[in-house]
Design a binder for this molecule. Sequence first.
Ligand SMILES: [Zn+2]
Ligand SMILES: [Zn+2]
Length: 400
Amino acid sequence: MSLPLNPSAFPIATNTKWRIRRVVAGSSSNNISPQNTRTSRSCSITTSPTKRVVPKASTNQNATPNHVTRAASAAVALPVDTAAAATVATEKLPPIETSNETEFQRMRKGGFWNRKWHMMDVTHLLLGVGKHGLALSAPFVFDAGAVLVAIVLSCVTGIGVTLGYHRLLTHRSFKLPKWLEYCFTYCGSHAGQRDPIFWVSVHKNHHKYTDQERDPHSPHEGFWFSHIGWFHYNEYLSVKCGEPEIGVYSNVPELKAQPFYRFLHDTYVWHIIGLGVLLYLVGGYPYLAWGMGVRTVLVNHVTFVVGSVCHLWGGRPYNTPDTSTNNGIMALLTFGEGWHNNHHAIPKSARHGFEWWQPDVTYGVIKFLEMVGLATDVYLPTEADKKRTKLSLLANAASI
Ligand SMILES: [Zn+2]
Ligand SMILES: [Zn+2]
């Protein structure tokens, strides 16, 4: 397996019409197996002598399945959830629409220096620099209590993201009482990955456009971009995802309708600063360095590897039409999120480690909440569902 790790993986040309075409390795073979078949996507451009005309009212709605040709149906009947998970977009995805082609190309190739820095990017860059600075100073102010606080906060905020942001808010894999949902997502907001409205919006687009030019963080645009660069480039994200402007997040109306999430969105930075001040008051600089520095740096990078490493290295038991992989080491570090190929195959599953030997701490917490009567409607695919999904993905790949 090899993936291009630079922006040239997406051919660039000005005044062209974009077409995304999937290239399927071995698609004509009758001997496709999950182990030896890797479905890859590449972007190719068909040029047009005319300048790209952009509909003025372009929004994400243009990316609805009406514009997507689905792959031929598999020869097996699928239950609703599994069928949706296994359905594959094949071609005629709508082009990225922007009113200014030159500006869009500038964003795509901008890198670090040759780009506009929105205030939102600068704010989070400064927070990022600050926490890395604190983390570097932490070994010089070692304190056992501070380390313990960092470990506890890492677990609480990490689960807040994996259970609260991801499996609950994004994929609705189960239900919780509202007060408990807010507790988990508030904990997640202290992980340093921004508020639920931003996070869920980005992740929904990642699933919708995985490894295509609209994907917010595909390794096709470079390892570092998929790992951390996207997080500091709000203008580019909004254009790629079809938003009319920065900060709209049109694909999460259910969260924007809730005052709690709007409040968190509007006041996010102050909660981070508030926790930092609290830790400083309790334990002085060592608590700040370990509790806000080391802790957030570790949790952030460990979470972001799901978007980078888990789209590059690992096994692919499911022949999903993307680059997602299962990576056991990352799964251990990310409370089960590293079983990313399983997750892309059946996104709604509350359990990402499908097999008994695939540890999934987040699912363990969900299971516990279910046992004590707090989590309900926990969605788990049956063995038959997994088998049908596997067959369907193979059939889809073979039909292209
Ligand atoms: Zn992914
Ligand atoms: Zn997901």
